[in-house]
Design a protein around this ligand. Sequence first.
Ligand code: GLN
Length: 454
Amino acid sequence: HLDRIAEVDDHIHAFLHVDTEGALEAARAVDADVAEGKAPKSALAGVPLALKDVLTTKGIPTTVGSKTLENWIPPYDATVTRKLREAGVVVLGKTNMDEFAMGSSTENSAFGPTHNPWDHARIPGGSGGGSSASIAAFEAAIAIGTDTGGSIRQPGAVTGTVGVKPTYGGVSRYGLVAFSSSLDQAGPCARTVLDAALLHEVIAGYDPMDSTSIDAPVPPVVAAARQGLTGDLKGVRVGVVKEFAGDGYQPGVLRSFEAAVEQLRALGAEVVEVSCPNFTYALPAYYLIAPSECSSNLARFDAMRYGLRVSDDGAHSAEEVMSLTREKGFGPEVKRRIMLGTYALSSGYYDAYYGSAQKVRTLITRDFEAAYEKVDVLVSPTTPTTAFKIGERVDDPMAMYLADLCTIPSNLAGNAAMSVPSGLSHEDGLPVGLQIMAPAMADDRLYRVGAAYE
Ligand code: GLN
């Protein structure tokens, strides 16, 4: 994999940092266990993985795609990082991402975009474009992403790979540099559903270091994936979300989705149409809640505690250093969100914006609850379109935000969701993703249906 990275990553730019020494050392430790006849540490011992640069890695740079943290070397491992190491997984390096995970194309990275391995002129999705591109380009076998509004599933869909957003609280957020704390969730990226399940099992579980971590057994995701591989979905009720169709959806995406629904039916699933009327308001609610939380979370980048400090250019007071550093350190999308969020949280506007968005969030959760009384999983396209061209949406934030139309509701409700490859669009020959959604702590349902379908 290191050779493959050396061969292709100049063209893909999936990695921000390759830890050659650390990877070889971890691989040798697995070899030594084998030589000594010891049992492997996990099913993934020795498997090379790419880690999104939003999770801290002790002694290895963690930039979050931002100039603000360009030279920051964390003194500790995130819980996800620690669990990977304890399982004998070989961490190859850190992957490119939109700055602070804000974006849908990886073009907001301060270190240049990642290219889609299917067509280098196109985006690999975002914010975790580097993680999904690395596995699509065979630079890594598996990867870790984080999903606040779709950043694991949308890159998965447009690169033809699997991406899972576990139930909120299912995977520890300790050491995950916060964007929107009530939505952020780390999860697996893989080329098959079973690989994703094996990785899910390694990283999931209760962590006292994360106050929102769920203290309950990890859903049986590996067993469910194996069950799904038998190809039998008899007794599984699948709901097609009526609202995720129509204007803005490419015919190639819709045709692939119809074929996917037919296939689920052929595998024995019972398919019904379901209406979730409040999903229409998910995008506007998200773009109030996520920026609000981001404006608060990013206040810690004050030029005093972490990373970049710009003090030349005539800054004379601590306040001037802070404002100059934030002006130089943050990119335009991050600034836009901090300003939107600060406004939405300000007294006088709080009830009208943030308060209303929280009410919408509750309505969306209720739509899910009503739907899951009738069906076991919901399905939709993962994204309205296939991978767009690099540069096509950079000047139009609204067009960029539309990429997450179908993925955001599951984040707002804290539910589990997966994107699984659903063939190529007849229009442009690019990958399309099928989204499967399940209730909180029923992540195993995703794996059963996903493995049967893929
Ligand atoms: N694209 C969405 C955003 O820009 C989601 C990002 C994410 O999931 N981290 O906020």
